[in-house]
Design a protein around this ligand. Structure first.
Ligand SMILES: [Zn+2]
Ligand SMILES: [Zn+2]
Length: 97
C-alpha cells in the first residue's frame, strides 16, 4: 500500500492508483498517467465512458474543469483523507425480545 497525494483532489495521505488519462481500451497504454486516490478514480470511471475520457478529458486540467467532476472535487476536498478506508459495519439485527 502506497501513500501519497491524489493529483485530482489533492488530499493526502491517500492510497493512490494509476489512471491512464487515455484509457488503455482507447489505445492509451503508453500515454500519460495520473496518480489518483481510489475514490476519485472510481468516480471518474463512474461518470465518464472510456471514449469520453480519451476524446475530451485526456488531461487532468480538462478533467478538473468539467462540471460534473469539479462539483465532486469540491465535495471530496472537505472529506478527511481516511474516509475511503473506513469500513462501517452495522450488525444491528436480531432485535427481538
Ligand atoms: Zn482524489
Ligand atoms: Zn482510470
Amino acid at each position: 500500500m502506497k501513500s501519497s497525494v491524489c493529483e485530482l483532489c489533492g488530499r493526502s495521505p491517500v492510497e493512490t492508483t494509476v489512471h491512464h488519462l487515455i484509457p488503455r481500451e482507447e489505445g492509451g497504454s503508453y500515454g500519460p498517467t495520473a496518480n489518483l486516490c481510489r475514490t476519485c478514480h472510481k468516480q471518474i470511471h463512474a461518470i465518464y465512458t472510456n471514449n469520453e475520457l480519451a476524446v475530451r478529458l485526456d488531461t487532468l486540467e480538462r478533467l478538473r474543469q468539467d462540471e460534473k467532476i469539479s462539483k465532486y472535487i469540491k465535495w471530496i476536498r472537505k472529506q478527511p483523507a481516511e474516509t475511503q478506508l473506513r469500513v462501517r459495519k452495522s450488525n444491528e439485527r436480531k432485535r427481538r425480545r
